[in-house]
Design a protein around this ligand. Structure first.
Ligand code: NDP
Length: 321
């Protein structure tokens, strides 16, 4: 007799953020499947820093699968000022979510690290085996150590309880629903917002730092498709880097030029070199991803920037800023 498969219930924490809203869009269009029910939650549905609230959420949703995105997230300047908070709040969120995954017998949990948590002094390209091989950059040590401990928790749950909880390591993400706040935002959304204001007011566009640091940027909708693939098909506990290739690394000034072009800004661009640059580069290898998923097509950088700028201009009134 045929055994009827129960539908999967996939809980997405941080479901209203940049990455969460991209996953929401993709599972409701190209990647829609009848046997999956997706539940997206924000901090308004549950404060994951609180264990009792987290337990009540799991009781209510009864997830079979979890994509864990919720985190206190911010750009360089926000991190520099709040390392302790980044550490404590993210440690609490991650410990609570993984403990409840185990308690409620969740089959698979995919959590999120970041390429900016890798060792500061390292050889390049960085790969998945190097997460713990030395201290992170001083600017974001709180965020970095809290993220690294997710991998420690995953290994512990595998060793003691046979769980298959894993993590992914995205490079810098950008796209619709980003945080465009000028103080707390990441470099690209902050640049898009600044360029919008400079164009509107006819003022120069001020960029922080020299423009020389190198970064890999992934479009949130590409990352969303990769997350869904990991949730459905990747079965290791070890992390996997989700990034564009080394050859697609761009400098901050390349990114500035792409934004300026997309928004149609024709004024002066001024680099404030008294501001911190952050890490010069953190080039990551996507070799593991390429071996497992050789045919994946990334959206070209300029196309993705254009779509993100259009989204910001169209949603200026309601965008997070
Ligand atoms: P966002 O800041 O856009 O979204 C954060 C999400 O987490 C929101 O849904 C927010 O809810 C939720 N959240 C924050 N605090 C809590 C809390 N205490 N309880 C419950 N929910 C909470 O983040 P991103 O989408 O950019 O990031 C998603 C993940 O990807 C994070 O783990 C981040 O570390 C990682 N990442 C991000 C990169 C990037 O460039 N953005 C790069 C690499 C990794 P609410 O909307 O209610 O505030």
């Amino acid at each position: 007799e045929e055994v009827k498969q129960e539908p999967k219930i996939v809980l997405v924490t941080g479901g209203t953020g940049l990455v969460g809203s991209a996953i929401h869009q993709v599972v409701n269009s190209s990647e829609k499947r009848e046997d999956e029910n997706w539940v997206f939650i924000s901090s308004r549905d549950c404060n994951l820093e609180d264990l009792n609230e987290t337990r009540a959420l799991f009781e209510r949703v009864k997830p079979t699968h979890v994509i864990h995105l919720a985190a206190m997230v911010g750009g360089l300047f926000h991190n520099l000022a709040h390392n302790l908070q980044f550490f404590r709040r993210n440690m609490a969120i991650n410990d609570n979510v993984l403990a409840m995954c185990h308690e409620f017998d969740v089959k698979k949990c995919v959590s999120c690290l970041s390429t900016c948590i890798f060792p500061d002094k390292t050889t390049y390209p960085i790969d998945e085996t190097m997460v713990h091989l030395g201290p992170p950059h001083d600017s974001n040590f709180g965020y970095s150590y809290a993220k690294r401990m997710i991998d420690t928790l995953n290994r512990g749950y595998a060793q003691e309880h046979g769980r298959r909880y894993t993590s992914v390591v995205p490079c810098n993400v950008f796209g619709p629903h980003d945080n465009y706040n000028l103080q707390a935002g990441h470099v690209l959304p902050a640049l898009i917002h600044k360029a919008y204001v400079a164009k509107r007011d006819g003022t120069p566009l001020q960029v922080f730092g020299t423009g020389r640091p190198l970064r890999q940027f992934i479009y949130s909708l590409d990352l969303a498709r990769l997350f869904i693939w990991v949730m459905r098909s990747y079965d290791q506990v070890d992390p996997i880097i989700l990034s564009v290739g080394e050859e697609d690394e761009v400098s901050i000034s390349d990114a500035v030029n792409a934004v300026v072009k997309a928004i149609g800004f024709q004024g002066e661009v001024a680099y404030d070199t008294s501001r911190a640059d952050g890490q010069f580069k953190k080039t990551a290898s996507n070799g593991k991803l390429r071996r497992l998923l050789p045919d994946f097509q990334f959206t070209p950088f300029e196309t993705a920037i254009k779509e993100s700028v259009e989204w910001f201009v169209d949603n200026y009134e309601t965008a997070r800023k």
